[in-house]
Design a protein around this ligand. Structure first.
Ligand SMILES: O=C(O)c1ccccc1NCC(=O)[C@H](O)[C@H](O)COP(=O)(O)O
Length: 212
């Protein structure tokens, strides 16, 4: 069974349609104003309506308050909440209050960065292992950086997990082979410039995942 893919940071009908047509299992909408991929609630509403039921809509957040989450949930008709810079306590509270599948992002650079993963057992549904952004970066994700995939060798994953960070059509096959990931996530690797998705790169990425 090939791995599946989340195409993150979509903001136009054309690129959203390319992700759906190419077989993405998840699409991601970023709700974080400092990001070049930030989506207004109004735009999210229009895009969400184009997504067929077999594809999950994921909202990406950085330390959102409940009001912001509720507005995004409604506008984006979100199935999944992906939380960055989140504690297990906050993830559990969001999951309990919204009833939505909840993912906790872990920023990884060294093996020590995997230690907090165990704390999310029972608090989140999945972990997203993403590359740690450089000190002082204005966004914690979508950096195009990758981490050393061999850090996951032998790791006892406490939850189902997603591989993310610096993936593209050229390296995703190897990433899946090395880590055994069943779900991969991409943003910069399918862009022509920060925040500008490229339909050909989306298609090439999804083909590479399907070949895995
Ligand atoms: O993509 C963003 O701009 C972003 C901003 C704030 C928090 C998270 C963000 N992205 C999260 C994702 O799920 C990305 O797909 C993930 O970090 C991988 O990005 P990339 O290395 O560019 O493929």
């Amino acid at each position: 069974m090939p791995a599946t893919a989340k195409i993150c940071g979509l903001s136009t009908p054309e690129t959203l349609d390319a992700a759906v047509a190419g077989g993405a299992s998840h699409i991601g909408f970023v709700f974080f104003p400092p990001s070049p991929r930030h989506l207004s609630f109004e735009k999210a509403q229009g895009l969400a309506a184009r997504v067929p039921g077999r594809v999950a809509r994921v909202g990406v957040f950085v330390d959102p308050d409940d009001g912001f989450l509720d507005a995004a949930l409604a506008a984006g008709r979100l199935d999944v909440l992906q939380l960055h810079k989140v504690t297990p306590e906050r993830a559990a509270a969001v999951k309990a209050r919204t009833g939505r599948e909840t993912w906790a992002a872990l920023a990884v650079k060294t093996r020590a960065d995997l230690v907090p993963a165990a704390g999310f057992r029972g608090a989140a549904d999945r972990l997203l292992y993403d590359a740690k952004a450089p000190e002082g970066a204005k966004v914690p994700g979508g950096t195009g950086l990758r981490f050393d995939w061999t850090l996951l060798d032998g790791f006892a994953h406490p939850l189902p997990w997603i591989l993310s960070g610096g993936l593209d059509a050229g390296n995703v096959g190897e990433a899946i082979r090395v880590t055994g990931a069943r779900l991969v996530d991409v943003s910069s690797g399918i862009e022509s410039a920060p925040g500008i998705k490229d339909v050909d790169k989306i298609a090439a990425f999804l083909k590479a995942v399907a070949r895995s």
